[in-house]
Design a protein. Structure first.
Length: 229
């Protein structure tokens, strides 16, 4: 491994469709990987399309979702400084060991069209570097195309936020597409671990987690691929 940098890609999108409600990234899906990686001696670098402080999904700050990792991140001056000054996509470090796509509903709007993210994913694939993604962050895999196919989706076994879970949170008609359906249309073998259950799939150098509670395990699986368990 030539670099300690792990690029954590986070959404800049804050509008939940036409509902008038706010969205963004899901706090646990950033906080858990951030500390799994940092505590292993790696350097998490938070990258967003616009730079600056990204929007946090208000729902992820509720009492039921304030995990130990979230509480630690919220009270950590260094982590908060990194969140306030995220790196704009065009200034992301060129040298990195792995990529991790943080979830939250905001990703459904900006990840698939984020050209800089697609470029980094392409470099990761060509450089045999691990790629991780959790929940709606898996939508970012849909943006990287090569030779008319989706190399991180087509013929891959993976997971992400399921159609059943989307229906359960009442957003089936709000999101621009259903993630599970779009991944299956792209040629993926989609693995459903059960609604809101911890579920992580590793296929080669690709790690995907189904939902927020899968964030920690997905990051640990990425560590394993880096030989940093």
């Amino acid at each position: 491994m030539t670099s300690n940098n792990i690029l954590l890609f986070v959404t800049s999108h804050d509008a939940l469709g036409g509902t008038g409600n706010k969205t963004g990234f899901w706090y646990e899906e950033l906080a858990a990987p951030y500390y799994v990686l940092k505590d292993a001696g790696l350097t998490p670098v938070i990258v967003t399309p616009k730079g600056g402080r990204p929007p946090i999904d208000p729902g992820s700050e509720g009492a039921d979702f304030r995990t130990e990792s979230v509480e630690r991140f919220a009270a950590d001056p260094q982590a908060q400084a990194a969140l306030d000054k995220t790196v704009a996509a065009d200034a992301a470090p060129a040298d990195f060991a792995a990529v991790f796509l943080v979830g939250g509903h905001g990703t459904m709007w900006d990840f698939p069209e984020w050209s800089e993210l697609a470029d980094v994913l392409g470099r990761a694939v060509k450089g045999d570097k691990p790629v991780g993604a959790v929940c709606h962050g898996v939508a970012g895999l849909l943006g990287y195309r090569a030779e008319g196919r989706l190399p991180l989706v087509d013929m891959k076994t993976l997971t992400g936020f399921t159609n059943q879970e989307e229906a359960a949170v009442g957003l089936t008609e709000v999101v621009p597409f259903l993630l599970q359906s779009k991944l299956e249309e792209g040629g993926a073998s989609f693995s459903d671990g059960g609604a809101f259950s911890e579920h992580v799939v590793v296929d080669g150098l690709l790690v995907t987690g189904q939902n927020p509670v899968s964030s920690h395990k997905a990051a640990k699986s990425l560590l394993a691929l880096l030989g940093k368990e």
